[in-house]
Design a protein around this ligand. Structure first.
Ligand code: SF4
Length: 141
């Protein structure tokens, strides 16, 4: 079963293949995204710490996010996770289908919420401009 931290559900729902932290990170993210789109009924455990996406990220160290930022990023990513969980009304460490989770983030999280949750993320302008990913739209309709 995949483990995904809450705010990465937003990254999936707004995935547009623009900008990556490293080649390994990109390869891993795309493989997980592709598998989720192919098998939307698979179960996912929701996390508030480093998980299957972070494990190939150049910023992960000792299972903690160390991405440099003007915010204290490990604290900040947890805030992002908490804000996401509050909006979609899901508790950490619970298990849901990928389809259910993508439906929730796509319908409950608006551009206004995104500006608040993803403040400081370099990919935010693209996520705001391009909206929900086409493949995600297909599986949640
Ligand atoms: S930047 Fe931090 S939260 Fe994002 S994938 Fe990398 S380690 Fe995980």
């Amino acid at each position: 079963m995949k483990k995904i931290r809450a705010h990465h559900l937003i990254c999936f729902s707004r995935h547009h293949d623009t900008g990556w932290y490293s080649k390994d990170y990109e390869k891993n993210f795309k493989a997980i995204f592709k598998d989720i789109i192919k098998n939307p009924n698979q179960k996912i455990k929701i996390k508030r710490d480093c998980e299957d996406i972070c494990k190939k990220c150049p910023y992960v160290k000792n299972k903690t996010c160390n991405k440099p930022s003007k915010y204290k990023i490990n604290h900040w990513v947890k805030v992002m996770d908490n804000k996401t969980l509050r909006l979609i009304k899901i508790k950490p460490d619970t298990i849901h289908t990928a389809k259910e989770l993508l439906k929730l983030v796509s319908s409950k999280i608006t551009n206004k919420d995104l500006r608040n949750i993803c403040k400081g993320c370099e990919y935010l302008p693209n996520c705001l401009r391009l909206g929900i990913n086409k493949s995600v739209k297909k599986i949640i309709k």
